[in-house]
Structures are given as C-alpha cells and as structure tokens.
Design a protein. Structure first.
Lengths: 182, 322
C-alpha cells in the first residue's frame, strides 16, 4: 500500500474498480433479500450469494487466500449448518408468515448502527492508503502468512483461545441438556 | 491475443476431460462390478463389449420428460443439478497433470484451499435438491448429506493441511515440485484419511447412506427425472475423477514416476488416478453400507484423531529434517 499522492482518482475508474462496485451492489442486494425474504431456505441461499460475492470482492483485491477461506468456512460449512438446522425444523416450501419476531425496527437500528461504526472505522483507518492492484499480489498466501505470524501472532493466539473456549462451552451445554432429557 | 487463445484451448481441453473421464469411469464401473459379481454387464450397445452403453443411457435420459413435482420449489429444484455439477468442473481446472508449464488449466496460488472450498459448494446442490423436492425421502437424504459433509470436511482439510506443511506451499503444482518419493510412506495415513473422507463427501458406497436406495429410495435425487437426474449422476462420477486426481496430486506424487522422464508425466498422473478410481469401484462392490451412527463415529473417533496424528508427525519430521 502506498500513500495516495496525486495518484489515482475516482473519476476514471479502471475495469477492476467497476467490477468491484458491481459485485458490491449484487452482494448488498443479496444481503438485503436475505433479511427481508419470507422464505426461510431462500434466505439461506441468498446468504450464499452474499457470502460468495464477498469472496469475489476479496479476489478482486488480490487477497486470494482470504477469498478461498471465505468460501470454505462460510459457504461450505456455516451455510450447510444453517440449512441443516432449517431442514431439522421442517422449513416449509413457500412463505412462512409466522417467521417474524416483530423486532424489525430494533434490528434495523442495530444493523445501521453497526454498519455506520464499521464503515467509519474502516474509512478512518485507511483514509489515505491505496492498494496497488497491478504489482505483485499483496494478499497471496505467502504475504498473508508472513503478516499474520510476524506482526499479529498475539491477536491470532488470543482468537484461538477464544474459539477453544467457545467450543468447550458448546460441548458442556450440549452434554448438560442431554442429561436432563434422560 | 495469443494468451487468450492459450487459455481458451486449455479450458476446452479441461472441459473435454470433464465430459469424457466421468463416462470412462462409469463404463469401467459397469464392467468391473459385473466381473466382480460373476456376470457380464452391458454387452450389446456399440458392438465390442457394450462400450457405447453410457452414450445410449445419455440419449435415453435426454428423451425423458423433465418433471417438476407440483409441490416443489420450482426454481431451486431446477437449479440444484447445476450447483452440484459445476464445482467439479472448476476443481478439474486447477489439477496439474504434468510437469510442464502448460499442463494445468489454470495455476491458482492457494490451490489446496481452492479445491476444498469449491468441492464443499457441490454439496449445496444436494441440499437444495433435498429440500426443494417437497418429499420426505428427499428431505431425509438432504439431512444425511449435510450431517455427512459436516463430519467429513474436517479430516479432509486436516490431511490436506499436512501435505501443505510438508511441501511448504498451498499451490498444487508447488506441492508436486517439492515431492520426494519418501513422502508416500510419510503421508500414508493422511492419504488414507483423505481418500476415505473424500469418498464420504461424494456419498459413494460404503458411505452412501444419503442415497440409500433400500431405505429412502434415492435420497435427495428421488424426484428428479431425465437430464437433471443425469447431471447428478455425472456429478457423482466427475467427483470420483476429481477425488482420485486430488489424492494422486497431493499424496502419490502426481506426475512423478519410478521411471520415464518428465515427458510421460501426464501418463503417470492418469495411471494413478485410474488405479484409485478402480479402488473406488472395488469398494462399492465389496463393502456393506455404513449406518448413520457408524458413519459419524468413524469420522469423529477414527479419521479426525488419525488426521491430527498425521499433522503432528508431519510437523516433527519437518522440524527434524530442517
């Protein structure tokens, strides 16, 4: 990343930038449909589109490794788990009018707040940086690995401990409810 | 312009392989199963030993009426076969077949992650089919597919990670360039775990609980007819090709062979893949189907500990030889 001098501007977008914006719009649209559709399984499948769109955005930013991990974890595992759960609950074909917790406005407020906070943080942090997409890939596996394990080892380890704690917690909770049933 | 042409030719070759190899595996399955069961198999179509049987089957499938059940979710029902089939085409693009520069459809930097990620998407097709058919048996099949995928994705990833550790790269041609013959005994446990988990992900016998015909008719594909059904079948056989090709590349040294130079590298890849495909068929004929609880038990109590042990072994050897 190099500081933005008198370099590239917003008025003459390159092909990659146009593609980025278009994919972003598709992703946003899919995400909106995900939370507004009344058909449960369709929501999960639109989520696949949204998550896949994000993966394409990563690819366009040359972050190949992150893109494939995104597909592997979210599309391959999280969505499959979601669909599994939906099938267990016998999600009907067609609309499910009772699938409404009536928290619409609160949810919208929370979502907008979270989005504003995230956008603000990102814009503030990367205000003057520019990713040069033509040079050597900056998000390749090698570069990501070096950054992760040279500069960000401590957060990485902290996250793994957090996930381990969550895992153990899940096991404890599921075992407990198993005993009560017997 | 030359680059575009080059890429186009490669993609056409990969596409041809994608259409041809599954048919060859299918025909081999007809014949191998028949001989293992002491019968002939299809003998008449095309003259010599019924070689054109699968072509005739294809024509038959194309003629059949394409039925969508009245209660089904039309669009998802119709989309599902494509979702099941396309990922395998994408995976085939990145599998290197020889040592030469152009012997792979497209070099992907994080190849191992790419193939595992994309193969995981294929299962979404089965889930969509299972749910959208509006049929109890289909739904059960979909549920079993999901449970199976969740259990067997992890050992596959772990053993692939072991190979990546050994090679010091996650690109498939990179793995092959780093390959030495003693990797085969070193990674043999990982290879077995990967292959078994891959079989389970493809829902091939003995892991065919999701399509168990004696219990739930044909699982998620029960309601499908004609070409869409044929696409699911094609996906299964393309899956066999992809799984055997991947096992060859990751664990058996791909184009490396005991003799013959780099020129016959592609022959070694094809030979190893073919032998593995034969094993896949052999297992179908010789093993009884695993029950759902046995399936889950095998994944969580045998394959995952073995995969973790393989990773530990890889790490130790890697540190020692450095």
């Amino acid at each position: 990343m190099t500081p933005l001098a008198a370099g590239p501007g917003f008025l003459s977008p390159t092909g990659v930038e146009i593609a980025f914006v278009l994919v972003g719009l598709v992703t946003l649209g899919a995400a909106v449909i995900t939370v507004t559709t009344r058909q449960l399984v369709h929501a999960a499948l639109w989520l696949v589109v949204a998550l896949g769109g994000l993966a394409i955005e990563y690819l366009l930013l040359t972050a190949e490794f992150i893109a494939w991990v995104q597909v592997l974890i979210y599309v391959g595992s999280v969505v499959v788990l979601l669909l599994f759960g939906l099938m267990l609950t016998k999600a009907p074909i067609g609309r499910s009018p009772d699938a409404d917790s009536e928290n619409r406005w609160v949810a919208l407020a929370v979502a907008v707040t979270a989005a504003v906070a995230l956008v603000w943080v990102v814009v503030d942090a990367f205000r003057t940086t520019w990713i040069e997409l033509d040079g050597p890939a900056q998000g390749s596996t090698e570069v990501s690995g070096q950054f992760l394990f040279r500069h960000w080892v401590l957060p990485f380890e902290a996250l793994s401990v957090l996930l381990l704690a969550a895992l153990i917690g899940a096991i404890v909770l599921s075992r407990k409810s198993g005993k009560e049933q017997r | 312009m030359n680059d575009v042409l080059d890429v186009a030719i490669r993609l056409v070759i990969v596409f041809a392989a994608f259409l041809l190899l599954p048919l060859i595996v299918g025909q081999t399955e007809h014949k191998v199963m028949a001989h293992m069961q002491g019968r002939l198999g299809p003998m008449y179509v095309g003259g010599f030993h019924g070689w054109a049987q699968l072509v005739a089957d294809g024509v038959k499938f194309a003629q059949k009426e394409d039925i969508v059940p009245a209660a089904a979710d039309r669009r998802i029902f119709q989309l599902a076969p494509a979702v099941a089939l396309l990922p395998y085409l994408l995976v085939l693009v990145v599998i290197p077949i020889g040592p030469q520069e152009g012997a792979v459809g497209e070099v992907v930097d994080a190849g191992i992650f790419f193939v595992l990620a994309v193969m995981g998407i294929g299962v979404l097709g089965s889930l969509m089919a299972g749910w959208a058919s509006a049929n109890k048996f289909s739904l059960l099949g979909g549920l079993r597919t999901a449970a199976q995928l969740l259990a067997y994705e992890l050992p596959m990833l772990l053993t692939a990670a072991s190979v990546a550790m050994a090679a010091g790269t996650v690109s498939l041609p990179g793995v092959l360039n780093a390959f030495e013959w003693w990797w085969v005994p070193w990674q043999i446990v990982g290879a077995l775990v990967f292959f078994v988990a891959g079989l389970a992900e493809l829902q091939r016998p003995p892991f065919d609980m999701p399509v168990a015909d004696s219990e739930i008719i044909f699982g998620a594909y029960t309601e499908y007819t004609g070409l869409r059904f044929a696409l699911f079948m094609l996906a299964e056989y393309a899956g066999i090709v992809v799984l055997c090709g991947l096992t060859t590349v990751l664990f058996l040294g791909g184009w490396h062979g005991p003799f013959g130079g780099d020129d016959v590298g592609w022959l070694w890849t094809l030979l190893k893949t073919a032998v593995l495909a034969f094993v896949v068929i052999w297992l179908r004929v010789s093993y009884p189907r695993l029950r759902e609880d046995q399936l889950q038990k095998l994944a969580w109590t045998v394959l995952i500990p073995l995969a973790l042990a393989q990773i530990a072994l890889t790490g130790i050897v890697k540190v020692v030889i450095q």
